[in-house]
Design a binder for this molecule. Structure first.
Ligand code: NAD
Length: 354
């Protein structure tokens, strides 16, 4: 066997090993809401998989965890097929990575002009899609595997900050169907008191507010969800259009009502009565993104909810459309993640140093 073939075989075996581990961790995290390793360990394994796949493209398969979004929807819930997929986000971990991301964007847009960004905290909860028909909340779904999510409408109705009916004069141009996407999360104070009560009763505690939010939202009994004090911030539109329209017709409708700026769209969604994170900012150029990141990092502990980074999105919707998507994430956005915190994380009663 040549050295080259031996190296390829070694990479193949390592890829198989990483895929198996990551698939197991995905199932524990997304389906069971019970992670057994800290996120930094998961991220480290995922980065290892991505770099071996990049070095050996012939070993990359479409079923690889690096190409997939989230986990399978729980069968206990009825399933919802998303009219527009709910994707994940690519990550950058430092300024050099972020600059490389901006360079890729400018190359694709064939421009040297400054890029305007909508800058948002990366909320540590779970993504949901809320479907309003003629202004009334008719359905809510989790992201699931990005194509099919869980129908959690009854549980969403228990979250006080999510309007059952949009507010204001919707007018005759208002699209019949408007999906709003955002993050359901558990504020830190609610998480602490939930775990304290669980400890007193000798019950299982949640590893972190993200798992507590996911576990609380995916309850078969919505009375339990109602007691969990969940919150929501909107961060994008999903499908917008007629009841049965296809995506192309829908895009004309979106443009006649919603702004061509992502940030302004969030303001419009807010005006309809949905909560928007107060830290969201419109930045005039990519050069302002690092200062936003540092500012949010510094505020992190004083915020009442958990975040694990910032999300930087190209603001111009026309530019977003040119940039498009890759398998599991848009090309026009990235999560600029915070470094792992030096603290002990409790996962299933086992302490992990992260
Ligand atoms: P992600 O959390 O890295 O990014 C995508 C998600 O970010 C979106 O789906 C949305 O829910 C959320 N988000 C928060 N704020 C947002 C905003 N302002 N705009 C848009 N989206 C926003 O991706 P993911 O695929 O959900 O999860 C991957 C991460 O989950 C990993 O990096 C790892 O940290 C963790 N994970 C951990 C384990 C484990 O076993 N510990 C297993 C699987 C995943």
């Amino acid at each position: 066997m040549s050295q080259e073939t031996a190296n390829l075989e070694q990479s193949r075996l390592r890829i198989e090993e990483l895929k198996q581990l990551l698939n197991k961790y995905n199932h524990q995290y997304y389906v069971l809401d019970e992670p057994t390793v800290p996120d930094v360990e998961y991220d480290r394994l995922m980065q290892a998989l991505i770099s071996i796949e990049e070095a050996n493209p012939e070993l990359k398969t479409i079923d690889s965890p690096s190409q997939k979004v989230g986990g399978q929807a729980l069968k206990a819930f009825s399933q919802v097929r998303h009219q527009l997929p709910m994707l994940s986000l690519d990550n950058v971990f430092d300024l050099a990575d972020f600059q490389a991301f901006v360079k890729r964007i400018k190359d694709r847009l064939a421009t040297n002009d400054k890029i305007r960004f909508c800058a948002e905290p990366k909320l540590d909860g779970l993504a949901v899609s809320l479907r309003y028909e003629d202004g009334v909340l008719v359905q809510a779904a989790t992201r699931g595997d990005g194509s099919v999510g869980e129908n959690i409408t009854e549980n969403i109705r228990t979250i006080k900050s999510i309007p059952l009916k949009l507010i204001g004069e919707l007018g005759k141009d208002f699209p019949h169907v408007v999906e709003v996407r955002g993050e359901v999360f558990m504020p830190k104070a609610s998480f602490d008191s939930l775990n304290e009560q669980a400890k007193k009763r000798g019950e299982k505690v949640f590893a972190n507010p993200r798992n507590a939010a996911a576990g609380s939202l995916r309850q078969l009994d919505s009375k339990i969800t109602a007691k969990r004090n969940l919150a929501f911030y909107a961060y994008s539109l999903g499908f917008v259009g007629e009841y049965n329209s296809d995506t192309e017709q829908a895009s004309d409708l979106i443009q006649s009502f919603f702004s061509n700026s992502h940030y302004q769209r969030l303001c419009q969604i807010k005006a309809l009565g949905l909560p928007m994170c107060p830290e969201v900012r419109l930045l005039e150029s990519e050069h302002d993104c690092e200062a936003f990141y540092q500012d949010i990092l510094q505020k992190r502990d004083s915020l009442s909810y958990e975040i694990d980074g910032t999300v930087l999105k190209v603001d111009d919707i026309a530019q977003q459309a040119i940039l498009g998507f890759v398998a599991r994430a848009p090309r026009w956005a990235t999560a600029y993640k915070f470094p792992a915190q030096e603290e002990l994380t409790l996962v299933e009663g086992v302490e992990f140093q992260v």
